[in-house]
Design a binder for this molecule. Structure first.
Ligand code: ADP
Length: 379
């Protein structure tokens, strides 16, 4: 992201909406509206940065966009904010088509990783800025700034210069500035990436509780899976400009739409082969039982914690053998890498204090409940 862009975004989030608004005394904080993408695409020469995205974000929903670097996440956010215009498709905010509306008329709050605040101004003036440009009356500005600073627990810092604040405090000010003009939706682009881990987790809780109490629609870009899981109602997983799956964190983990999502969202043992009614036949020729009959070229996903060993095996589970290659204690879990006829397998089990890790070279029988194996049939 360029500096020029940050300046543009700061003013974009703050530009005039309409004529002066009187001080009303009414409660502050509008609820968010829905955002709809209709075959939205952005092309740069031969490259589709965003490729035919269809998506409905519900009013008041917290949606994260997750994907590897270069997958198109930031471009999606820039399209919504209006800093990039679509090559084709439409974008609706509530029932209004905003595809061709300039950024400052969209009434969308934006929070960036690098805050985009005015360092030489105090906190109060930074937060007041979007309202000043909108020519809101002075006493209403004071009322709303006080409200916004209280929402982010920064009231006591109102007179401090931004340059005298910590990174976490600056991000709270950026958040206050994004909500103070009652936006119709809030966009956040890796807002916590510059903060250390503990602060990041605290801020995640705060952002989530702020979003819930305001009923704001939030679209949040991150490359951090844990952050997406902590925050979101739903997560949109992107790769190569395309939406791979939009779903709840639980479904993304248990029912990934394809091998990319399975591998990107948590760890997965993926077996390639063919579904032949009640059995899945791997490329190496092993026959694995399926819970439900299916046919065709497919990938079977078994998460590491679903693997069970020896006497934990039950009737109907596949009965396989593997050799321990490596074990690692990781806090409350033990990770076991196995070499098997299906290829390398990763298993984890919760540690019982009386357990020892099986030594390298140990032969183990293992399997899983076929109900927990997830079959992804490929078109
Ligand atoms: P992400 O946020 O997931 O890292 P981006 O949305 O920034 O991905 O970029 C998606 C793709 O579009 C990348 O391949 C990137 O190089 C390309 N891209 C983004 N902006 C431009 C631009 N202004 N000109 C040309 N290519 C761009």
């Amino acid at each position: 992201m360029t500096t020029a862009f940050i300046e543009q975004s700061a003013s974009g989030a703050a530009a005039p909406r309409a004529a002066a608004r009187p001080a009303s005394g009414r409660p502050i904080g509008t609820s968010g509206v829905g955002v709809r993408f209709e075959s939205l695409a952005k092309r740069y020469n031969d490259l589709y940065a965003v490729d035919g995205v269809n998506l409905d974000v519900a009013p008041g929903e917290f949606l994260s966009i997750l994907g590897p670097s270069g997958s198109g996440k930031t471009t999606v956010l820039m399209l919504i904010a209006g800093f990039v215009s679509p090559s084709s498709g439409r974008l609706l905010l509530g029932d209004q088509d905003i595809s061709r509306i300039p950024p400052h008329k969209r009434d969308i709050g934006v929070v960036f990783q690098n805050y985009a605040l005015f360092p030489h101004l105090d906190v109060r003036r930074n937060v007041a800025f979007p309202l000043e440009v909108r020519k809101v009356a002075k006493d209403e500005i004071a009322r709303r700034v006080a409200w916004a600073l209280e929402r982010v627990h920064m009231s006591q810092y109102a007179d401090r210069r931004v340059s005298q604040l910590s990174g976490g405090q600056q991000q709270r000010v950026a958040l206050a500035r994004a909500i103070v003009f009652e936006p119709r939706a809030l966009l956040m682009d890796e807002p916590l990436a510059a903060l250390d881990r503990n602060l990041r987790v605290d801020m995640q809780h705060e952002i989530r509780s702020l979003q819930r109490s305001l009923g704001q629609t939030v679209i949040y870009v991150t490359h951090d899976q844990e952050e997406a899981l902590n925050l979101s109602d739903r997560v949109a997983v992107m790769d190569h400009g395309k939406l791979q799956q939009v779903d709840t964190p639980k479904n993304l983990y248990l029912r990934p739409a394809n091998p990319f999502v399975a591998g990107f969202f948590g760890e997965a043992n993926l077996f390639r082969g063919n579904a032949e009614a009640a059995a899945f036949v791997t490329e190496s020729g092993a026959r694995l039982p399926l819970a439900r009959s299916a046919r065709g070229k497919a990938v079977l996903c078994v998460r590491p914690e679903m693997i069970v060993f020896g006497d934990k095996q039950k009737e109907g589970f596949p009965s396989l053998e593997g050799t321990v290659v490596e074990t690692r204690f990781q806090g409350s879990i033990l990770r076991i890498s196995l070499r098997t006829q299906l290829g390398p397998i990763m298993a984890v089990r919760h540690i019982n204090t009386t357990d020892d890790a099986p030594p390298e070279g140990t032969r183990l029988t293992f399997g899983w409940d076929p109900e927990l194996g997830h079959l992804m049939v490929q078109e």
